[in-house]
Design a binder for this molecule. Structure first.
Ligand SMILES: Cc1ncc(COP(=O)(O)O)c(C=O)c1O
Length: 390
């Protein structure tokens, strides 16, 4: 191809999940069944009552039409009540914009906050799509380093020390992808106070918020009457209701912030598909028990994974873990995460992601999305790690 591409996009690496899935296609068949720990996708189907409900709605001619950019009022009303239950929040439908996954909500947040050349302080290890988006837009990610001693949690003092005149936001993911670590509510509060002191935003990506053990409230920020002045939340229903392909995300912010974000929404997506909006409405109105059952199942998977992985005789070391994810150190000397992941695929038919896609200097780590595999498959998966020679 000879036409000129934007150097901003040319220099961004190819999407990591697509990269490692290509390795699978190239792998000779040795009869060993692949254990796929690469992508965070619930392995179970959506609730049958949800899919039955949607199939009935499909014949409604309205279902194929645009909706208002921010989403249907009745859906945002239903989400408001859910936020009342989950966060003790008294929000208004004007605080919500339904989006094409949390991914698009993130784009709305950053294009509303930043111009090219601005900075965002990002906690590492980060969700790789975030710096990819920042790089494409010419926004500089300034990375708060991963510290094993801090359990992969954000250290507010470190984050504050990275704020400059160009900083427009602090970005944290909790529960974390890739470590699974849950940032305590008190720390989230301190991060909002820092954002407030510097008159910047705290962007909190809570894609995995329904997988916090015991359904503890993730934070109390929405109870602060001034929350909307500095807080922007990225939410996803994709993992919650096992609807990742429906692209069910949401931006939550002050009504003024949403007002501006809708200008970008109109040019990017116009609206979340109506059928997805109906799925969200059905979910928040009917599926609390279904979500609880799956949360408990994920907790059992996590407990089992930890105990199997940490039993003596495993040269891979668990550095952090939580719902869906384990963040492990591989034992191979002079070997990048990519090389280690490739070796695991070639020798053990395990697919996982290399640490370096989650931040600079993280080549010694791998991310395992054990939320992808059933409880009964976990011992076999861990056994394959144990059997890997160094
Ligand atoms: C932290 C985080 N944010 C956002 C997303 C994207 O979510 P969605 O599928 O709703 O766009 C993911 C997906 O894995 C994620 O891990």
């Amino acid at each position: 191809m000879s036409m000129m591409m934007s150097p901003l996009i040319s220099s961004v690496h190819f999407p990591p999940i697509s990269e490692v899935k290509r390795w699978v296609a190239e792998r000779p068949d040795d009869g060993k069944q692949l254990i796929d720990l690469c992508q965070a996708v619930p392995d179970y189907a959506p609730a049958p009552e949800l899919t039955e409900h949607l199939s009935r709605l499909l014949s409604d001619p309205l279902m194929s039409k645009y909706s208002p950019d921010e989403g249907l009022p009745e859906v945002r009303e239903a989400v408001c009540s859910y936020y009342g239950r989950k966060y003790g929040a008294q929000l208004s439908p004007d605080n919500f914009c339904l989006t094409i996954g949390a991914s698009q909500a993130f784009w709305l947040a950053i294009v509303s906050l930043c111009r090219a050349g601005d900075e965002i302080v990002v906690q590492a290890p980060y969700y790789f799509d975030h710096p990819m988006a920042l790089d494409i837009l010419g926004i500089h990610g300034v990375y708060a380093p991963f510290s094993e001693a801090d359990g992969g949690l954000p250290n507010p003092a470190t984050i504050e020390s990275l704020i400059s005149d160009r900083t427009r936001a602090i970005l944290v993911v909790s529960p974390s992808n890739p470590t699974g670590a849950i940032t305590p509510a008190d720390t989230i509060r301190v991060l909002l106070d820092i954002a407030r002191r510097h008159n910047i935003a705290l962007i909190l990506d809570e894609t995995y918020n329904e997988f916090i053990p015991g359904c503890l409230r993730p934070h109390e920020l929405f109870s602060d009457p001034a929350w909307g002045d500095h807080f922007v939340q990225i939410a996803s229903f994709g993992k919650t209701y096992a609807l990742t392909g429906y692209r069910a995300g949401m931006l939550v912010a002050s009504d003024t912030f949403i007002h501006h974000a809708l200008k970008a929404q109109d040019t990017m997506a116009v609206c979340q598909p109506r059928i997805t909006q109906q799925a969200v409405k059905f979910g928040v109105e009917n599926l609390d028990e279904w979500v609880k059952t799956n949360r408990e199942m994920m907790c059992r998977r996590h407990d089992l994974f930890r105990s199997e992985f940490m039993a003596p005789g495993n040269r891979f070391r668990l550095a952090a873990s939580g719902g869906f994810f384990a963040w492990v150190q591989h034992p191979f000397e002079n070997c990048s995460g990519r090389q280690a992941a490739k070796r695991l695929l070639d020798k053990a038919a395990i697919l996982c992601l290399p640490g370096e896609v989650f931040g600079p200097g993280l080549e010694r780590y791998l991310r395992l999305a054990f939320g992808n595999i059933r409880e009964e498959a976990i011992p076999e998966a861990v056994q394959r790690f144990r059997e890997m020679g160094v």
